[in-house]
Write a protein that binds this ligand. Structure first.
Ligand SMILES: NC(=O)c1ccc[n+]([C@@H]2O[C@H](COP(=O)([O-])OP(=O)(O)OC[C@H]3O[C@@H](n4cnc5c(N)ncnc54)[C@H](OP(=O)(O)O)[C@@H]3O)[C@@H](O)[C@H]2O)c1
Length: 317
């Protein structure tokens, strides 16, 4: 079976019905027009037993559930209202530096810390699910990753910045940071048409840091959960999709950036059904970052796959 970057999500889930049927799946960030809702629809089409729909506003979550129920009534839907940052602020390219009530930069707090804490809170349920699944349906997934999975939505945007351990909340200019923590000024300048060398905070720096953290988090989860509990974690770049994510940038900025990405020669890669084993060895970790329906070890920057950095991030949280 061959997928292209344009293959609809529902077609892909229809190719793996056994991975969805009878399952309980929890999705964060489900709002109208978001990837969360598109993901929920794709899963709902393959009859999971439970879909837990999470967002920070009851009204939006309820609207999503009403929509899903009308098309896919066989699944039971549950709402889970939570604000992953404790602040009512968006998740990408926030124009100015903002801190949460805990003093964390908001993008990092929402995209990484909130998800890390939430994952830890539901870990006992995941472990229980994995132990049940192991004895009942594992055989039917032979060759695929374990059926109990944690999927972090990362992004190509991780390339903009490593985790700034000495400067998580952005008080410092890029050239004041240790070399290993500096954002990719060349890439941000190329994509935006402006130099950001003199900005301590820039939205794509904070987004990049948080998306790198999503990959490192998946690495640490595998290290702690894969061998012991048969739970796998991945970090996925979903591709560029017109959602609410661009609310802080103008359409012409997006268009210019997409053109520059094309100029860089980044062609969509052929998708495949294959899911390789997650490498839980030392050093550079492979098999954790996915894009276009395949493991994309070539598309991830080394600072996002280093086990030592992943461990450092884990102990920072
Ligand atoms: N779209 C793309 O091109 C693209 C590309 C690469 C990666 N991604 C990744 O895909 C993921 C989803 O993005 P999207 O495109 O679906 O963006 P989106 O349309 O902006 O959706 C983001 C979702 O996150 C929710 N959210 C924001 N702040 C929150 C908080 N503090 N607590 C709980 N929920 C919160 C939003 O809820 P509200 O509706 O209440 O704001 C919304 O449901 C992100 O992790 C993004 O980095 C997207």
């Amino acid at each position: 079976m061959t997928f292209t970057p344009q293959t609809p999500a529902a077609e892909i889930t229809a190719s793996f019905p056994e991975a969805v049927q009878g399952k309980t799946i929890l999705i964060t960030g489900v709002s109208p027009g978001s990837l969360g809702l598109a993901t929920a629809e794709a899963f709902a089409s393959q009859l999971p037993t439970n879909l837990i729909i999470s967002g920070r506003f009851t009204k939006k979550v309820q609207a999503a559930i009403t929509h899903l129920e009308s098309t896919y009534p066989a699944t039971t839907y549950h709402s889970l209202i939570m604000d992953l940052s404790s602040q009512k602020i968006r998740v990408m390219s926030i124009p100015t530096r903002t801190l949460t009530e805990d003093g964390l930069e908001t993008t990092f707090a929402t995209n990484h810390i909130g998800h890390l804490l939430f994952t830890n809170r539901i870990l006992s349920k995941l472990i229980k699910a994995a132990s049940t699944t192991t004895t009942t349906t594992k055989a039917s997934h032979s060759g695929l990753a374990p059926p109990t999975r944690i999927i972090n939505l990362s992004s190509f945007g991780h390339k903009f910045s490593p985790v700034r351990f000495t400067d998580l909340s952005f008080p410092n200019l890029p050239n004041e940071l240790p070399e290993s923590e500096r954002p990719d000024l060349r890439m941000t300048e190329y994509l935006t048409g402006n130099s950001h060398a003199d900005e301590a905070y820039y939205g794509l720096f904070s987004y990049g840091q948080s998306k790198t953290a999503n990959i490192l988090h998946a690495i640490s989860l595998n290290q702690k959960l894969l061998a012991k509990y048969n739970i796998a974690a991945f970090a996925v770049h979903p591709g560029a999709v017109d959602t609410g994510i661009g609310r802080h940038v103008t359409p012409s900025d997006v268009e210019a950036a997409l053109q520059r990405v094309k100029d860089l020669g980044m062609d969509p890669t052929q998708k495949s059904r294959e899911v390789v084993d997650v490498d839980s060895g030392d050093g550079q970790v492979k098999g954790v970052y996915l894009a276009d329906c395949k493991v994309d070890d070539g598309g991830v920057v080394a600072f996002a796959t280093d086990r030592g950095i992943a461990e450092r991030l884990w102990s920072t949280a």
